[in-house]
Design a protein around this ligand. Structure first.
Ligand code: ADP
Ligand code: ADP
Length: 235
């Protein structure tokens, strides 16, 4: 069984666009194995963000069916973690408190979170250590470099142990050296934990370095037009 399974998925953003037959993505068929790392590349406006919104359930499709891990998608935080181009850490929270945020949201009762706080905090600190942010756990976002903030935002995306990590241009704002450092950190986390990854990027080198499979999406209509399986030796 595929972990991500899109069958003939179409999306028009509103009724007017639907009536006019203007779809942001068309006829998407995509099957992704458990634990696979895929990248999606394509020009601006081709439908990459729309694909992400569909995969997280932020938008229901106009037509077609989407299953994630065999289930219809219900809400963004249930099985996925997300990170974007801007790290968007909350400025009034320390690094470790930012990383714990999804745990507070996922936990249905405030009192539950309080009683597990010690355990969660230890988990967040261990993860921060793993990505090289040991010593920065109690600093505020403004005390961290852009690359460090982005590492923290990836930790935040992974802290509730999602089965799927969705990354929309996560390294786009970083300099080339920091970017490659973060590629390695991400690949190490993935090698160890084998969550599914969907990475949207404009950087072809990045897609080839990181992903098992690269999907190329065309502009107008937004469809996948090519698929390339990468066969690289993994560490
Ligand atoms: P990408 O992420 O590849 O840049 P998007 O998924 O954002 O592409 O956009 C795909 C198409 O859908 C584009 O034509 C865009 O203008 C349109 N679109 C995106 N979001 C909306 C929206 N909220 N309402 C209407 N049209 C949208
Ligand atoms: P929402 O799910 O609330 O539409 P979006 O982030 O998709 O959230 O869009 C926010 C607002 O911006 C919406 O009102 C949407 O119509 C508009 N919008 C975003 N991107 C586009 C686009 N490419 N073309 C037209 N409208 C857009």
């Amino acid at each position: 069984r595929s972990f991500i399974d899109f069958r003939d998925v179409w999306l028009a953003y509103n009724d007017e666009l639907l009536r006019a037959g203007q779809f942001a993505v068309e006829a998407i068929d995509l099957q992704v194995r458990q634990g696979e790392f895929i990248a999606i590349v394509g020009p601006s406006g081709c439908g990459k963000s729309t694909f992400m919104k569909l995969a997280t359930g932020l938008r229901p499709p106009s037509r077609g069916r989407i299953l994630i891990d065999g289930q219809p998608v219900t809400g963004p935080l249930k099985i996925s973690g997300m990170a974007f181009q801007a790290p968007s850490l909350l400025p009034w929270r320390t690094t470790v408190d930012n990383v714990m945020l999804p745990l507070e949201i996922v936990e249905p009762f405030r009192s539950n979170f309080k009683s597990k706080r010690k355990e969660y905090e230890a988990r967040a600190r261990a993860l921060l250590q793993k990505v090289g942010l040991g010593g920065y756990e109690d600093k505020f976002p403004w005390q961290l470099s852009g690359g460090m903030q982005q590492r923290a935002s990836i930790c935040r995306a992974l802290i509730h142990e999602p089965k799927m990590l969705l990354l929309d241009e996560p390294f786009g704002a970083l300099d080339a050296f920091t970017r490659e450092e973060l590629w390695c950190i991400l690949r190490d986390l993935w090698t160890e934990q084998r969550f599914n990854v969907v990475l949207v990027t404009h950087d072809l080198r990045e897609s080839v370095f990181l992903a098992d499979t690269v999907y190329v999406m065309s502009k107008s209509p937004g469809r996948f037009v090519a698929k390339r399986e990468i066969d690289l030796p993994r560490p």
